[in-house]
Design a protein around this ligand. Sequence first.
Ligand code: UDP
Length: 356
Amino acid sequence: MPPLKLLFMSTPVGPLGSGLGGGVELTLLNMAQGLLERGHQIQAVAPDGSELAAAISIQQVAGALQVPAQFQERHTPIAMPPNPVLGKMWELARQVQLDYDVIVNFAFDWLPFYLTPFFETPIAHWISMGSLNDALDQIAGQVAANFPQAIGVYTRTQAATFPFAEACYLLGSGLDLSLYDFCQQPGSALCWLGRIAPEKALEDAVAAVDQLGIPLKIMGQIQDQAYWQQIQAKFPTAPIEYLGFLGTAEMQSVLRQCRGLLVTSRWVEAFGNVLIEALACGVPVIAYARGGPVEIVRHGQTGWLVEPDSVPDLVKGIQKLDQIDRRTCRQQAEQEYSLAALGDRAEQWLHQVKGE
Ligand code: UDP
């Protein structure tokens, strides 16, 4: 089949490279890399200030950022700020749509779903979160009913949060494994990685290391300053170190030297890109047994799945880390999460959305 001409519409919650978009930024990059390797052509549209470590051009769009869906209540009506970057990005997409075979939407926002039947070029929607908002579920459900295969997701558990679970196309995730180095002999510290926001429950990881006296290295975008300050105030002497939001190269050089990654998400994590980044470095994962991590961690082989929201169980998991062989972790990443495998699945999906 001929190569596809693809328009990638980024998340409107932050510029690419800022970390505000969370895992969707990495997924967009990895999907782009996987598809480029197969000869497809990609143009991206993203908020002003975006950077992407891929050989694709980005059309930058200025405007007010969208409030992330996880900061809103389930019944909150859809809101748009004045001068919305989301609206402007999709106005641009409308103008150039006939130059592309498929438009790929990475925004978990109402507008792109609503616009789908008004476009001539088919739109593939990549949903990177579980269900959060009723209005969004409803409009995405209409798209799922009228455009078979148009909605792609990471995991089954994520799909199951939506009323249209059966219609979701499973894509999983993948990484450029050459960017993550295996480390056989870690230091003594543990790692916590991600956006610092209440749904990620960093406080549980801090409570666990506070009890054990094991150092914890924290990396990620502080999305909620007040929340971060509360954690520091609650655990003033915990052995934690915040290193900032780091680029992949620097982040993995810290991560790979850690004994384990703690994943403490309070919400149904759609996937958890940080888990496969850890596995790629040979770092075992201790995660609450909820959401995407349940489909990633091989319990007892590449980490431990523990009772959700239980700090005592987190502590027990940490105490069993030595039972995990770090080589098995790297092997799992190679077997299940290569860029080639992601590119392959994304290619098949997009051909179907195009109707081929
Ligand atoms: N991340 C990063 N640098 C950091 C900490 C995190 O680049 O210092 C990235 C990480 O690589 C991952 C993303 O932040 O891609 C977090 O994504 P995840 O899927 O775990 O959760 P989300 O934020 O989407 O809920």
